[in-house]
Design a protein around this ligand. Structure first.
Ligand SMILES: Cc1ncc(COP(=O)(O)O)c(C=O)c1O
Length: 430
C-alpha cells in the first residue's frame, strides 16, 4: 500500500493565505467559510496547514462515517479503480447490483436508484411522486417547516426555510410546508392535488429535532387512507448515525406497540459513501417499477467506483459493530453535554438528538460571546471551538451540531467534552 498512496503534499505548499487568495479570486463565494485551511486527516482528527490538530466532531456534515483516511476506503478506491471506474448506466456491473441488494436488505422489499448527492436523491423521489399521481392530476409534495431537502430549484421549493428560497423565486410549483410533528396540520393541508409527503426523521439543518413515534405512525395511516406516498429524507440522519440504519427505525423503538412501519421511499447520501459522493433512493416494492426505462437517469449515478466504496463502508460498519458504537458513544456524548448544559444553563438551553446526531441549543443573546456581531452565535461559538481544537457544524443561528464519524472512540468523545466544557465555561466566566 505504502508505495501506492502518495505522501501528503508538504505543508509548506499549502500556505493558508495563498489558498484563501485562490478561493477569493476563483471560487464562487456561495459558502460562508470558516477561517480554516485544512490539509489532511486521520481517523477522528483533521489537521490544518499549520499542522494544528482538530477533533472533527462535524464529520464533514455527517459524511465521514469512518473518519478521515480510513485504509479500507483507500483500498476499495484503489482496487476498484484498477478494474472499472465508470461505464455509464447503459451496462450492468456487479457493485451497483450488490449495493442495491444490501440497501434493500436493510430497508425492506423494494429497489434502489443511484445518484450522486442528497438533493438528487430527493429530486428522484419528487419525480416518483409526480409519476405516481400523474393520471389523477396529483403532483403536490407536502414537507415540514424548518426542513432541509437540498439546493436545486425543487430542493429549495421543498425546503421549509425562507432563507434558502430568497432571491430564487418563483418557486417550483407543487410544494407546501406544514409545522413538523403536527398530524392535524398535515391532515388539513392535504388537497386533491397531493401525491406525497416528505419528512426528515430528525431535522438536521433545522436544528436536530426528531419527530415523535406517534407522528410517524400517524403519517403512515394518513398516507394509506389518502393514497399518498410517504417519503423519508434520510440524507443526514441515516446510515446508522442514530444506532439504526434509518432514524425512523430508531425513533420507533420507543413506540408503544411493535410496528412494521415502512415508508414508501427513502433518500440517502452523505455517510453512504463515507466521503465519496454517492446518493440513492429506495422505493418500496409496490412503487419500485414506477420509473421505467428512460424515465430517469444520471451519468455518474451508481458508478462501479462509487458503489464499491459504499459497499466497503457498509462492510466496515457491520463488521466493526459501528451502529452499536454510534448508539453507545452517542449516549455517552449526549449525557456529557447534558451535564455541561446543567452547569451552564445560561449558555446551553437544550441538548437534542439521537446517537451521533446531536444538537446544542445556545441561549439567546449570549452576553460574553466574542467575535464579529454580524455573525450568528452558532458561528462565533464554532470559531471558539476551532481555537480550542474541535470542529462542529452550525445549524441556523443558535444550534451547534455534532455529527462525528460512527467509529468515534469513547476516549475521543471524552476529549471533545472536555474542550467543549472549557470553551463554554470561559464564556460563562467572561
Ligand atoms: C436532510 C437533507 N436532505 C438533503 C440534503 C442535500 O444533500 P446534498 O447537499 O448532498 O445535495 C441535505 C444536506 O445537508 C440534508 O441534510
Amino acid at each position: 500500500m505504502k508505495d501506492i498512496i502518495p505522501a501528503p503534499p508538504p505543508i509548506v505548499r499549502n500556505d493558508a493565505a495563498a489558498v484563501q487568495a485562490l478561493f477569493q479570486q476563483y471560487v464562487v463565494p456561495s459558502y460562508g467559510r470558516f477561517d480554516l485551511v485544512l490539509s489532511h486527516g486521520s481517523g477522528s482528527y483533521a489537521y490544518d496547514v499549520t499542522g494544528k490538530r482538530y477533533l472533527d466532531l462535524g464529520g464533514g456534515i455527517a459524511v465521514n462515517s469512518l473518519g478521515h483516511a480510513h485504509p479500507a476506503i483507500t483500498e476499495a478506491l484503489i482496487e476498484q479503480s484498477r478494474k472499472l471506474l465508470h461505464v455509464s448506466n447503459f451496462y450492468y456491473h456487479e457493485p451497483q447490483g450488490r449495493l442495491a441488494q444490501a440497501l434493500v436488505k436493510l430497508l425492506g422489499p423494494g429497489k434502489c436508484f443511484f445518484c450522486n448527492s442528497g438533493v438528487e436523491a430527493n429530486e428522484g423521489l419528487f419525480k416518483v411522486a409526480r409519476k405516481f399521481g400523474h393520471n389523477e392530476g396529483r403532483f403536490e409534495v407536502i414537507t415540514a417547516l424548518q426542513s432541509f431537502h437540498g439546493r436545486t430549484l425543487a430542493g429549495i421549493a421543498a425546503t421549509g426555510q425562507e432563507k434558502v428560497k430568497q432571491g430564487f423565486e418563483p418557486m417550483v410549483a407543487g410544494f407546501r410546508q406544514v409545522p413538523p410533528n403536527d398530524l392535524d396540520a398535515m391532515r388539513t393541508a392535504i388537497s386533491p392535488a397531493t401525491a406525497a409527503i416528505l419528512i426528515e426523521g430528525i431535522q438536521g439543518e433545522g436544528g436536530v429535532t426528531p419527530v415523535s413515534p406517534d407522528y410517524l405512525l400517524g403519517l403512515r395511516r394518513l398516507c394509506d387512507e389518502e393514497k399518498l406516498l410517504l417519503f423519508m429524507d434520510g440524507v443526514q440522519d441515516g446510515h446508522f448515525r442514530t444506532g439504526r440504519f434509518q432514524s425512523f427505525q430508531r425513533i420507533l423503538e420507543s413506540a408503544e406497540s411493535q410496528t412494521d412501519f415502512l415508508p414508501d421511499g427513502v433518500s440517502m447520501a452523505k455517510s453512504l459513501g463515507g466521503g465519496f459522493p454517492v446518493g440513492a433512493f429506495w422505493l418500496r416494492a409496490p412503487y419500485a417499477d414506477l420509473l421505467g426505462a428512460g424515465a430517469h437517469g444520471t451519468t455518474f449515478g451508481g458508478s462501479p467506483l462509487a458503489c464499491a466504496v459504499a459497499l466497503k463502508v457498509l462492510e466496515v460498519i457491520q463488521r466493526e459493530g459501528l451502529a452499536e458504537r454510534a448508539r453507545r458513544v452517542g449516549e455517552f456524548l449526549k449525557a456529557g453535554l447534558e451535564q455541561i448544559a446543567q452547569k451552564h444553563p445560561g449558555i446551553i438551553t437544550q441538548v437534542r438528538g439521537l446517537g451521533l446526531m446531536l444538537g446544542l441549543a445556545l441561549a439567546p443573546n449570549l452576553a460574553n460571546l466574542p467575535g464579529d456581531p454580524a455573525k450568528t452565535q452558532a458561528v462565533r461559538v464554532a470559531n471558539l471551538l476551532h481555537t480550542a481544537g474541535v470542529l462542529s457544524i452550525p445549524a441556523g443561528a443558535q444550534i451547534l451540531r455534532l455529527l462525528p464519524p460512527l467509529n468515534l472512540r469513547q476516549s475521543e468523545a471524552e476529549e471533545g467534552l472536555k474542550i467543549i466544557e472549557s470553551v463554554l465555561a470561559s464564556l460563562a466566566a467572561r
